[in-house]
Design a protein around this ligand. Structure first.
Ligand code: FO1
Length: 315
């Protein structure tokens, strides 16, 4: 079986642990199409948080408490930058993590596209799934704020990390999306897939920027494979992260039904054929979409693989 997963964020990386476990059991082939909207240029370096979360999580190098960055990290460079008063001081790169950004940036500066750079980084981490950025082009999620300083756009990371998503926000924009193309292999993988899974990632700032790449959404919606989503909301609260604050910006209820309805049914011009929700949300109704319930807490790899099996039973 060929499985394509649209993913982003730490929840998405942890979901991939379960997809990989399922694939190891069954011989399935997995391609992860990863959000790049969180990416930023910092101190001259290209940082790709969602791609790195997948590499580190599947490669056994992620910090289990923070979820992002490397386990056993040290912060000498961050301390030295602070001593120079270098900004931004609200976003920290660990010493081990920095090596990834140095290698990536050198390769990008040498002319390699992000997809090839990611493949090169994956030779070290051996994630066991094929990892593709949604696009090789620069695509950044920005938040449009409206506060006492007026109306202005800030990078997603400033909104998320500096302001903890607690500033009056009008909308999100995916800067560069119109000119972006799906990375090589993305549309082909979707066209050849037996199923497309939407990871329990943040629908607004992880999945939406992936689908904003022209041609990518059409490949999923118009493709032959059933599209099954897994709810990132359990009992009205995000499994992790701040999806509640992101959904509030869109005026969407923070519930399994709310997110399912935001994605919409494929038969009605939306995305989904099936929607997997937690037992707490078994009464959720998404018009035109088959809804099933199964435990959705990704407590360990076996529990996450069971989630994946439950999602695939919706096919
Ligand atoms: N999150 C934080 O809350 N504070 C940080 O200083 C921070 C640094 C950072 C560096 C590299 C990286 O790959 C991720 C980092 N994150 C940090 C996590 C990141 O902001 C978000 O969790 C993701 O972008 C959301 O998926």
């Amino acid at each position: 079986m060929r499985i394509v997963v649209l993913t982003g964020g730490i929840g998405g990386a942890r979901f991939l642990l379960g997809v990989r476990a399922y694939a190891r059991e069954t011989g399935a082939d997995v391609t992860a199409v990863v959000n790049v909207g969180d990416d930023l240029l910092l101190h001259g370096l290209k940082v790709c948080p969602d791609l790195d979360s997948v590499l580190y999580t599947l490669g056994g190098g992620a910090d289990p408490e923070r979820g992002w960055g490397r386990v056993g990290e040290t912060w000498t460079v961050k301390t030295e930058l602070a001593a120079y008063g270098a900004e931004p001081s609200w976003f920290g790169l660990g010493d081990k993590d920095l090596a990834t950004h140095l290698v990536r940036t050198s390769m990008l500066n040498a002319g390699y596209p992000l997809s090839q750079v990611t493949e090169a980084l994956a030779t070290r981490w051996q994630p066991g799934v094929r990892l593709l950025p949604a696009t090789d082009e620069r695509l950044e999620t920005h938040a449009v704020l409206s506060d006492e300083q007026g109306r202005r756009a800030v990078h997603f990371q400033e909104w998320w990390v500096r302001y903890r998503a607690e500033v009056p926000t009008e909308q999100f924009v995916f800067v560069g999306a119109e000119a972006a193309k799906p990375a090589p292999g993305v549309v082909e993988a979707i066209a050849a897939a037996d199923v497309v899974l939407i990871a329990p990632s943040n629908p607004v700032v992880s999945v939406a920027p992936v689908l904003a790449v022209p041609g990518l959404r059409d490949a999923v919606v118009g493709g032959p494979a059933p599209v099954i989503g897994v709810s990132p909301i359990i009992g009205g609260a995000p499994v992790r992260g701040m999806a509640d604050r992101c959904l509030a910006v869109l005026g969407v209820e923070c519930s399994a039904a709310g997110v399912g309805t935001l994605y919409g049914s494929r038969s009605g011009g939306g995305l989904l054929d099936g929607w997997l929700v937690a037992p707490e949300d078994e009464d959720a109704v998404v018009p035109g979409v088959t809804v099933r319930a199964a435990p959705l807490r990704m407590t360990d790899e076996a529990a996450t693989a069971a989630m994946v099996r439950a999602a695939l039973e919706l096919m």
